[in-house]
Write a protein that binds this ligand. Structure first.
Ligand SMILES: Cc1cc2nc3c(=O)[nH]c(=O)nc-3n(C[C@H](O)[C@H](O)[C@H](O)COP(=O)(O)OP(=O)(O)OC[C@H]3O[C@@H](n4cnc5c(N)ncnc54)[C@H](O)[C@@H]3O)c2cc1C
Length: 470
């Protein structure tokens, strides 16, 4: 029922079916499908329940950044099912609250240790561009990626890119991802997928969980290109299954060919909210309306115009007050806001929707850097806590770099350039002269940020760099 049959851009080549066990019942998944997606395709919305109140929990981010989809897999609790591909015979169970201890029979392999020249955490546009640049400069890095596929957020962006001309403008994100991943493979750059980096310690060991095994990685240099996570906003019922990040809806539709719901309320009219709403329509999902707390929409006019052509209302000065439902959203209540963002009494409106998508901003994913003692600062213009760094993206930890959304949420074209800058900076430290390429990339990045949208980012970056110098 939830599979997308026809899509104007994408063809879903659903491969071989494999069987797995969900709470004693045999279900099928397509090879390569994650556990969460396979369950969701079978109409299963509830993956666990909350620790104290036993409220049903479903999936939220679909990119391995939150704890919403954690389940018990082959006797091991707290496994993020949104990034775990189904394997034949896998035993999947809902877990209660924080999950129990692993079963004695759960199989873990003994830890292994590796030494690398450069380790890149994150195989999105920033990480891939750092890897390609390093390899072309004569240094072979290792990429560690927690998702089954390389490409980061680009693998679900079916719309044409609005970055700079030099950086693929007019090309679809999915095509850029393919080009970069093909290049990584052509250059034989080693990469681990399905491998979560879960610890980065003061002795500069990176702990990675790969194939039920702990891999301890020591490296002369690190590049953290871990991207960003979608923001949750506070409202009653925000934990009901069917409340998703907009990016999660995008992953379901554009990577796995699954409809996130039948009728959606989109919260947030920035570019992400507008683009994903249009993509929902392309997937055959009804969009009831897009709401925006600010008096004006934040995204590009061209994206809003496409929605209006389809008759989707975009309501400014409006927020979500409540999602209603138990094991799935059944309704959503919106309310009008005054110029101080205060609710206007008696302006509530009820919407018959089964899905609420939140496109209310992204937060840089920086926990690993913070854990190792990297100096951080809260800079709202960059999306939240970000690592302090110099112009070449080296953090307060020597030879540890950051690139892409992890140092401030922007866009893929800037992420690609930042990956390149970090790579050139490492090459320079290794005595490989990349001065002219580095300066060219710095200039290009400056040009990219020279538009009206760049102003806010530049003020945030100045704060992050100045704090680092002082
Ligand atoms: C819905 C949506 C629409 C967008 N549309 C556009 C657009 O049209 N044009 C544009 O330029 N930009 C767009 N963007 C923004 C763009 O996708 C991001 O700015 C860009 O992908 C950032 O690249 P990145 O490499 O920094 O992060 P990501 O693409 O997020 O990649 C980070 C990678 O790191 C991995 N990772 C994270 N933590 C770990 C860990 N602990 N261990 C191992 N791996 C880890 C993640 O799995 C991920 O693959 C959009 C973003 C969203 C969410």
């Amino acid at each position: 029922m939830r599979e997308i049959k026809n899509h104007p851009i994408l063809r879903f080549s659903r491969g071989e079916r494999i069987k797995f066990i969900f709470e004693g019942k045999e279900l099928t998944a397509y090879r390569g499908e994650t556990v969460a997606m396979a369950l969701y395709r079978h109409g299963i919305d509830v993956f666990s329940e909350s620790a104290k109140l036993h409220r049903p929990r479903g999936m939220f981010c679909a990119i391995g950044k939150c704890s919403s989809c954690m389940m018990r897999i082959n006797g091991i609790p707290n496994v993020r099912t949104c990034i775990l591909p189904v394997q034949k015979g896998m035993i999947v169970e809902r877990q209660k609250g924080l999950g129990d201890k692993p079963e004695r029979t759960a199989k873990f392999m003994p830890p292994i240790e590796r030494n690398e020249k450069v380790t890149i955490v994150g195989g999105g546009p920033a990480g891939l561009s750092a890897a390609i640049t390093l390899k072309k400069s004569g240094i072979t890095p290792l990429i560690v990626e927690q998702n089954p596929l390389l490409g980061g957020q680009l693998i679900k962006q079916t719309h044409k890119f609005f970055g700079s001309k030099e950086e693929h403008a007019g090309t679809r994100g999915i095509e850029i991802a393919k080009e970069m991943v093909d290049e990584v493979k052509r250059l034989n750059i080693p990469h681990f997928t399905n491998s979560s980096a879960f610890g980065f310690y003061t002795d500069r060991t990176l702990a990675v969980f790969k194939d039920n095994q702990l891999v301890k990685i020591k490296s002369d240099y690190f590049v953290f290109a871990t991207g960003a996570a979608e923001k949750m906003i506070p409202f009653e019922g925000n934990d009901i299954p069917g409340v998703f990040g907009a990016g999660a809806a995008q992953t379901m539709m554009n990577v796995f060919g699954i409809k996130p719901g039948n009728r959606v309320l989109m919260v947030g009219a920035g570019n992400v909210g507008l683009i994903v709403s249009y993509q929902l329509l392309q997937a055959g999902v009804d969009v009831a309306c897009v709401i925006e707390a600010s008096p004006k929409i934040g995204g590009y006019f061209v994206h809003a115009a496409k929605l209006r052509r389809f008759g989707v209302p975009i309501l400014a000065s409006t927020t979500i007050k409540r999602a209603v439902g138990v094991s799935r959203v059944k309704k959503a209540i919106t309310v009008k806001l005054d110029e101080h963002f205060k609710e206007i009494p008696n302006t509530e409106k009820e919407w018959n929707v089964d899905t609420v998508c939140l496109a209310t901003g992204l937060i840089p994913s920086v926990t690993l850097l913070a854990q190792a003692g990297c100096e951080m600062k809260y800079i709202p213009a960059l999306g939240g806590y970000v690592p302090l760094r110099n112009r070449l993206l080296e953090t307060s930890l020597k030879n540890v770099f950051v690139a892409g959304d992890a140092d401030g949420t922007e866009e893929a074209s800037t992420a690609i350039m930042e990956g390149r800058i970090a790579a050139f900076a490492i090459a320079q430290k290794e005595g490989i002269d990349k001065t002219s390429e580095l300066n060219e990339t710095l200039d290009e990045l400056k040009r990219l940020r020279s538009g009206p949208f760049g102003k806010k980012i530049l003020s945030g970056i100045a704060e992050a760099e100045n704090a680092r110098l002082s």
